[in-house]
Design a protein around this ligand. Structure first.
Ligand code: ZN
Length: 59
């Protein structure tokens, strides 16, 4: 099986829309498991959503 380079999951701050790389919460056989950063490093907002959910996000 080919090894695809692992891309960290990304999270979008709902306040300033800055993209943040997820924090590694667990290491698994297939890679890493990510969780949203505790807070946005730019504005301090604590609600960050996965990048793939962003297009569906309704404030
Ligand atoms: Zn922010």
């Amino acid at each position: 099986m080919a090894h695809a380079p692992e891309m960290p999951e990304k999270y979008v701050c709902t306040a300033c829309q800055t993209m943040h790389a997820g924090t590694v919460s667990k290491r698994t056989d297939s890679g890493h498991q990510y969780e949203a950063p505790a807070e946005c490093g730019c504005c301090g907002e604590t609600e960050l959503i996965p990048e793939k959910s962003w297009p569906h996000f309704q404030p």
